[in-house]
Design a protein around this ligand. Structure first.
Ligand code: IMP
Ligand code: MG
Length: 172
């Protein structure tokens, strides 16, 4: 498989620094919990946390592993085994790698809201241009990308390529 570089390491780093500042300003010194969706967002979360610490350390970082089974039978189900941390009355920043159909984030955010957190904000590294984001507000994103399958910087193809320091389009 060939990989065509789409977004380089430096551009990602610049965007994440700007995003960290925006998030810090928006949360106005209130504490918050980063709830990061595994596996795809592990690198984005690590880099965003470090960028945030330039401004504040008043946040926790938690991870949750989600599995989406819609590829097989279109049931539109997103499942998770890990229990959520205690989020009642807390401020949350939910982080995912990419917003594609939006199924993962929509389903997860709805369940999270049932636990009555105070503020829920969402951040993704990438949004595909064709995605309909109106149903769920994505508060923060770094890049809009064409409707191609991308890998790197945490994103995988069959669990490979997560370690690439850039975002690339997988080509046959
Ligand atoms: P959704 O369709 O928005 O629910 O996205 C579900 C998940 O599919 C994302 O969290 C990613 O893990 C994965 N995904 C969607 N598009 C891509 C892609 O282009 N490359 C790698 N993973 C993707
Ligand atoms: Mg994912």
């Amino acid at each position: 498989m060939k990989i065509r570089k789409l977004i380089d390491k430096k551009s990602i780093s610049i965007k994440i620094s700007k995003l960290a500042k925006k998030i810090y300003i928006d949360f106005k010194n209130q504490s918050f919990i980063i709830l990061s969706i595994l596996n795809g967002s592990f690198i984005f979360t690590a880099d965003l946390s470090r960028a945030l610490s330039e401004y504040t350390n008043n946040f926790q970082v938690c991870f949750i592993r989600l599995k989406s089974y819609d590829n097989f039978n279109s049931t539109g189900k997103v499942l998770w085994n890990d229990s959520l941390p205690d989020i009642k009355g807390k401020n949350l920043l939910i982080i995912d790698d990419i917003f594609d159909t939006g199924l993962t984030l929509k389903t997860f955010c709805n369940s999270v809201r049932e636990q009555q957190p105070e503020i829920v904000k969402t951040a993704v590294l990438l949004i595909k241009e064709k995605s309909e984001v109106d149903e769920i507000a994505i508060d923060y994103h770094c890049f809009k990308i064409p409707d191609k399958f991308v890998v790197g910087y945490g994103l995988d193809y069959n669990e490979q390529y997560r370690g690439l320091p850039y975002i690339g389009v997988l080509e046959q």
